[in-house]
Design a protein around this ligand. Structure first.
Ligand code: ZN
Length: 150
C-alpha cells in the first residue's frame, strides 16, 4: 500500500465507522436482506428502495467491525441514486479492489472506494468489506433474504 492509500484507508474507515451514513431503516424499502459474516461476527440488514431501474434510497442497520460498517456506509452513500446497471458495475469494481485484482478505474476515479484496496493485504478482512456489497447485490437481484459469507 502506498503512503497515500494508507492515509485514505485510515481516514475513510475511521470517519465512516464513527459516523456511518444512511444508518437507519427505510420506511419505504422495496426489499431488505440480512447479511452475516460468521467469521468476524458482522451482521447487517440492508434496505433498498428501488424505483424502476434506479436505487432511490439505501439504508442499513446492524453491527460489526469497523471495516464492515465503513464499507456499508460508503456503499450506501456511493450507490444512492444510481441505476441498477451502475450498481452491478461497481459491485464488480469493488470485488476486484478488495481481492487485489487490477481493475479498470484509476484511484482518482474510485474516490473514497479506493480506500478499500488496502483490505486486499488482510485476507481475513476481505469478507468484512465485501459483506454489505454481497447483501445489497442480493437485494437488487431479489433472489435471497439472507446472505452468509460462509
Ligand atoms: Zn468484520
Amino acid at each position: 500500500m502506498t503512503e497515500q492509500l494508507r492515509e485514505l484507508y485510515q481516514q475513510v474507515i475511521l470517519d465512516h465507522n464513527r459516523n456511518p451514513r444512511n444508518f437507519h431503516e427505510l420506511e419505504h424499502a422495496t426489499k431488505k436482506v440480512d447479511g452475516y459474516n460468521p467469521l468476524c461476527g458482522d451482521h447487517y440488514t440492508i434496505y433498498v428502495e428501488i424505483d424502476g431501474n434506479t436505487i432511490k434510497d439505501i439504508g442499513f442497520t446492524g453491527n460489526g467491525c469497523a471495516i464492515s460498517k465503513a464499507s456499508a456506509s460508503v456503499m450506501s452513500a456511493t450507490l444512492k441514486g444510481s441505476t441498477i446497471a451502475e450498481a452491478r458495475q461497481l459491485f464488480d469494481v469493488f470485488h476486484k479492489l478488495v481481492t487485489g485484482e487490477p481493475g479498470s478505474l484509476s484511484t482518482a476515479e474510485l474516490g473514497r472506494l479506493a480506500a478499500f484496496s488496502g483490505v486486499s493485504e488482510f485476507p481475513a478482512r476481505v469478507k468484512c468489506a465485501s459483506l454489505p456489497w454481497h447483501t445489497l447485490n442480493s437485494a437488487i437481484e431479489g433472489d435471497k433474504e439472507t446472505v452468509s459469507t460462509e
